[in-house]
Ligand binder design. Sequence first.
Ligand SMILES: CSC[C@@H](O)[C@@H](O)C(=O)COP(=O)(O)O
Length: 369
Amino acid sequence: MKIHGTHRRTIWLAEDGRGVEIIDQTRLPHELVVIRLDTLEEAERAIKEMWVRGAPLIGAAAAYGVALALRSDASDARLDEACRRLLATRPTAVNLRWALDDMRARLAGLAVSDRLAAAYRRAAEIADEDVTMNAALGGHGAAILAELWKKRKAAGASRLNVLTHCNAGWLATVDWGTALAPVYKADEAGIPLHVWVDETRPRNQGASLTACELNWQGIAHTVIVDNAGGHLMQHGQVDVCIVGTDRTTASGDVCNKIGTYLKALAAHDNGVPFYVGLPGPTIDWTIEDGVRDIPIEERDPSEVTHISGRGPSGERLTVQLTPDGSPAINYGFDVTPARLVTGLITERGVCPASSVGLLSLYPEKRNHV
Ligand SMILES: CSC[C@@H](O)[C@@H](O)C(=O)COP(=O)(O)O
């Protein structure tokens, strides 16, 4: 997508063809800072500290991390070490495991001398494939928005109101986004949209990243506190919810940023359609029950007790919200059961959130379930 008229991705190979460059997302929306990664350690840190984040982007960054690791040594031991260390960076987004399994499967059988070039090649393909998949899912999602808009327009509405949680836009992927790809495609098609942006405590990916993207794209939006969604739905102010996912089970349960489940409950109670956008690598075909089987990341409690932003002179500030001595706990994700999901929007089309629905789009996975 574009930043001030220039097309950007979130991750790319540096001009020398060796380093990897990323946008440091912890500095947005106030500063646009590009960081160069040259080593496995730097790639690990970029994922752990969320300079890059969002399930598909974590996968692409890990793939490039393997290539960076092999620069010094492309032996079996180093490949194993790289995959093990990168896998440990964040537990919930399954795209990480998918990308590392893919890299290992393609590299392990090659001669050591061929591995480095192949690793860079495959990482670039994973990044490109993410862009293609998200653009395709955006088209399928935009068709849903077009249908909804037809009805709302006939009823006299002036815009279609979409609610989203966290950041599942292009910053969470290599390009286009998952939840926001349908919004961008619908905007291109001329549908008048307005997006309710959940701030998404504790790290505020909605307030900082989704709002930032929508600003860059010139799409009307309003940032709301996380608890406002139910009220807006009760008053007919939300026509559709679209969120992303970090891991979708073979039965259609969806794990996304903490608070997503409450939005799905409110949507269900108010008859608001609740869609989830995802590329194929976000599906974990090895598990069925998301509440039981998806590992939920617990992050540092300081993300709950403190909040960061820009001070009056433009400086970065972190301030404490809670009294000294009050403990906090910081679950990063929750699971929305399939029964609360209206449909899964994938690169292959839209399906019900169920094993039958998913297998109708991915029949080759029949034996994995
Ligand atoms: C486009 S991806 C969907 C998810 O990855 C996104 O909604 C999300 O929860 C991101 O969490 P984060 O903790 O910022 O990596």
